[in-house]
Design a binder for this molecule. Sequence first.
Ligand SMILES: NC(=O)c1ccc[n+]([C@@H]2O[C@H](COP(=O)([O-])OP(=O)(O)OC[C@H]3O[C@@H](n4cnc5c(N)ncnc54)[C@H](OP(=O)(O)O)[C@@H]3O)[C@@H](O)[C@H]2O)c1
Length: 249
Amino acid sequence: MSALPLSDRIALVTGASRGIGRAAALALAGAGAHVVAVARTQGALEELDDEIRKASGQSATLVPLDITDGDALDRLGLAIHQRFGRLDLLVHAAGILGPMTPVSHIEPKHWDRVIAVNLTATYRLIRTTEPLLRAAAAARAIFLTSGVAAHPRAFWGPYGMSKAALENLVRTWADELEQTKVRAVLLSPGPMRTKMRAEAMPGEDPDTLPDPSEIGPLIVELAQAEGLGLPSVNVAFADWKTAATRASA
Ligand SMILES: NC(=O)c1ccc[n+]([C@@H]2O[C@H](COP(=O)([O-])OP(=O)(O)OC[C@H]3O[C@@H](n4cnc5c(N)ncnc54)[C@H](OP(=O)(O)O)[C@@H]3O)[C@@H](O)[C@H]2O)c1
């Protein structure tokens, strides 16, 4: 039997309790990676672990934490260092929508929370994981972003601003790592059938949207991508899906 494509790879997935992060964790584990799954909801992480065990026979490492707790992220980095000595893959899917409201109506506490979860935690995650990613043979760091980062839309201010800042931060960081084997991907999933999307568009029929499981194979592909010459690349799920559909037609 041939080895799975991601056998022996260590993958840290944030937002693994539901939605796109959960789909990424399942797909990566299915491809042979050992998944370190991060989110706040312990019960949902345990359900993920059960599903991974059923599907692949291996277990995940569950890390219930709030990503705004930078010290907890640092402790996680130390634990990964002690146990594995490196990190082959980071998928940073944790995020929040924040309030959908005119910019002038944003409550300061909601503004601060969006910055803390979507932006500051991304910086802390990069700070914690960079030495681990550098220690891998060819690490990939995938950050979930959104179309509103480049195309601002009324009422999406806090979320769009935080994703635009995340993109700038990731591109800057990746540029600094040009001479290393670490490569960063900004992955735009487009609308997907998740809790966040339902919160943003409550009137939308979720059945018209792709299930997050559809993005799993793309994440597995990106985890192995040899051709990522540039320090960072932007990838859109919709483009990948169109290309995959054409190729199979
Ligand atoms: N769905 C879409 O249509 C869409 C479109 C464009 C971009 N995206 C991006 O894709 C990513 C995943 O979105 P999704 O739709 O899957 O969202 P989701 O269903 O709401 O899931 C968000 C995940 O983030 C985790 N999370 C939130 N705050 C956290 C915190 N403080 N600490 C730790 N974990 C936290 C949640 O886990 P806990 O609650 O258990 O902590 C959950 O696992 C996000 O970055 C989002 O911006 C989504």
